[in-house]
Design a protein around this ligand. Structure first.
Ligand SMILES: [Zn+2]
Length: 366
């Protein structure tokens, strides 16, 4: 199917020029971070050779220094992207809000990296190069805990007060054999104009979060039903649990590789190996991106299929996907390399192709 038959040419060319900037900003920041962290892996250990903080304290210091460096490097690229998004009305965030939000994010990262160093360098004192096994398991346990608690970390939630949409949600839950899952609305006014929704939590903390932007015009009740059905589809197919299981399949071998790579610096029991460990982590994460995107795109396609089956409404699903593509200035059919590296969701064109495929199979025209 050609994208030009589905989207106006002006929309496509606007999206292409919008995304070209976002893509190159992303590629540049990856390259700059890897290059600078490589230099840091070489010279970082010299900064604290005389440190009296003990191996764990010294490791934390080196890790925070590296993280601070990455944060500073990303700052101009992030500001450039914010400028671009503001220019295209994709975000409503001010520079001030963005920087303050970034500070909070950095604070959280500092806390997490200290915990990670405590686990890795601490375990390496006891079990040497075998830290990757209990360490990998500890990271998976933390990821599980985070997925479980995440719903409580989202600010500005209110219960959905749309009886018609709630009634549809109840009926979908029944059809999917799900227990009652709360549908909450997150007020994102003043932050973004983008429409979005997410399925979060595990077991008793499961819920669906709709951004307030989805409940505004131009979205119709029928389109909102597709959104809710898609998110409930994530829960019905246990995607959050599967996400954590996939994380384990990356984290445990990743920890093993980092333990091997850092042996040339005496292993992770030696804090001087921390900058090299950070470089290995950054490079391995970049290599893993295309694979992780394959996994999330598969889950998103599955949730789309569930939504079509529940709503039996391919017209409004197609309308919704067009609106999403349009609002985000997303290129409905991006170049392959950026698709592989950056797309966590199927493209606008792929989502509409699936709608048509579902329709051909389930509602063939007489
Ligand atoms: Zn989804």
């Amino acid at each position: 199917m050609e994208q030009t038959t589905l989207f106006p040419t002006s929309t496509i060319s606007q999206a292409e020029s919008y995304e070209r900037f976002v893509r190159w900003d992303f590629v540049l920041v990856q390259l700059v971070v890897i290059a600078v962290v490589a230099v840091y892996a070489k010279i970082g250990p010299k900064f604290v050779r005389e440190s009296a903080a003990g191996p764990i304290g010294t490791g934390m210091l080196l890790a925070m220094l590296g993280l601070g460096l990455i944060w500073l490097l990303q700052l101009p690229f992030g500001l450039a992207e914010l400028w671009w998004q503001r220019r295209h009305d994709v975000t409503e965030a001010s520079y001030y809000e963005w920087v303050v939000g970034g500070w909070f994010g950095l604070g959280a990262e500092f806390l997490f990296v200290c915990l990670a160093i405590l686990i890795v360098v601490g375990l390496a004192q006891v079990v040497g190069d075998w830290w990757w096994l209990p360490g990998g398991v500890a990271f998976v346990a933390l990821a599980t805990l985070f997925a479980f608690l995440f719903p409580y970390l989202i600010p500005g939630q209110e219960p959905l007060r749309r009886p018609a949409l709630q009634a549809s949600a109840n009926s979908y839950e029944e059809q999917l054999g799900l227990e009652d899952i709360p549908i909450n609305v997150q007020d994102v006014s003043g932050e973004t104009s983008l429409p979005n929704a997410e399925a979060v939590g595990m077991g008793p903390t499961r819920r669906v979060i709709l951004w307030s932007t989805v409940l505004r015009r131009p979205f119709t009740l029928d389109e909102q039903e597709v959104v809710v059905a898609h998110e409930l589809g994530h829960h019905a197919r246990r995607h959050i649990f599967k996400g954590v299981a996939w994380y384990a399949l990356f984290a445990i071998p990743g920890a093993f590789l980092i333990s091997r790579i850092t042996r040339r610096r005496g292993g992770m029991r030696n804090p001087e190996a921390v900058p090299l460990g950070l470089l290995a982590l950054v490079v391995l994460s970049t290599i893993a991106l295309p694979l992780q995107n394959v996994i999330t795109r598969h889950m998103e396609a599955e949730a789309d299929w569930v939504a079509l089956t529940l709503t039996q409404d391919p017209q409004d699903a197609e309308g919704l996907f067009k609106r999403f593509t349009f609002a985000a200035h997303a290129d409905p059919s991006p170049p392959t390399w950026s698709y592989v590296l950056m797309e966590t969701h199927p493209t606008g064109l792929q989502r509409i192709e699936m709608v048509r495929a579902w329709q051909a199979r389930e509602q063939p025209s007489p």
